[in-house]
Write a protein that binds this ligand. Structure first.
Ligand SMILES: [Zn+2]
Length: 305
């Protein structure tokens, strides 16, 4: 592991104990990490057992680094100086999103740092429970097209996308074909949603891994589409889906479109490594401030519910 990369005179954190100091060195009060997962215990255990079984390009293990109880995970994010964070859950089948949304609303009500998050699947009551979630103050949505296995262009989801676009509520979409492709992953499918809802505030998870270039182009064609850094640029992902060096300068040009994401707690390395991997890009302190604080804060402030 090569850690502690300096950009603009600030050195990336070499371990989790240095992350809070890194934000301070940037002149930030901390970070806003939209792509963090919290789920009901039984759902999270299933996700962890999936990662325990995963075989990835000869990589036998995906050892989840933060396999802790919920209170300890919240405490760890606080120690890392993450001031606001997502509590993303997603449905792998119909019939569970409304329940996940009620659980997430309760968590956000109990813990001030937790953003009020929600999800949906393709099902007849999706518009009704999305409307209910928005009415109760949902600030951030997540859908996972590979795990969910549904077509986001399904006509019954048109009112849902329209509702989210009108509310200016960001929706994180796992739309890329990595680490595993699905029937509805890839830039063309989600591009169809954006063609119909060009004002949607969408955040492409993992910067669209591995279709980085196509998702960057898609984002730049739509004023409210962003890309999250989740797992990208880390040594782990660079081994099987390296970010093209030729695109890095475009990330500098479009700093306002990139937001911090980590996938905490389901990551096979320390949180500090994701942050140092961003420093390693060498794009300077203004870029890091925009990505880790200004951009996600701006998206949350723009919510009209
Ligand atoms: Zn995730």
């Amino acid at each position: 592991m090569t850690d502690g990369h300096t950009t603009g005179g600030v050195r990336g954190p070499v371990d989790d104990g240095e992350v809070a100091g890194f934000w301070a060195a940037l002149g930030l009060p901390g970070a806003v990490d939209l792509h963090v997962h919290f789920m009901p215990e039984q759902v999270l255990r299933k996700v962890w057992s999936y990662f325990d079984r995963v075989q990835l390009h000869g990589e036998p293990r995906w050892p989840v680094a933060y396999r802790l109880g919920q209170d300890d995970r919240i405490g760890r994010l606080d120690d890392l100086g993450v001031r606001r964070f997502g509590a993303l859950a997603y449905a792998h089948r119909p019939g569970m999103a409304a329940w996940l949304n009620r659980w997430a609303a309760d968590l956000a009500a109990a813990v001030p740092a937790v953003l009020h998050c929600a999800t949906f699947h393709s099902e007849p009551d999706a518009d009704a429970y999305v409307a209910a979630a928005l009415a109760s103050g949902a600030q951030l949505f997540k859908v996972h097209l590979q795990v969910g296995g549904f077509d986001p262009r399904d006509p019954q989801l048109r009112p849902v996308w329209a509702r989210l676009a009108a509310a200016g509520v960001p929706v994180i979409v796992h739309a890329g074909s990595g680490p595993e492709p699905g029937a509805f992953t890839g830039p063309e499918v989600f591009g169809g949603v954006l063609a119909a809802h060009p004002e949607l505030t969408a955040i492409i998870a993992h910067m669209g891994m591995p279709e980085y270039g196509a998702f960057l182009e898609l984002a730049l064609r739509h004023p409210n589409v962003h890309l999250d850094t989740t797992m990208v640029f880390t040594d782990f992902v660079e081994r099987f889906a390296p970010y093209p060096r030729a695109l890095v300068s475009r990330l500098a040009e479009h700093a306002d479109r990139i937001v911090l994401g980590s996938d905490f707690p389901n990551i096979p390395y320390r949180y500090a490594h994701q942050i140092d991997a961003l420093a390693r890009l060498g794009l300077g302190v203004d870029w890091l401030r925009a990505v880790c604080w200004d951009n996600p804060s701006r998206l949350l402030a723009a919510v009209r519910t």
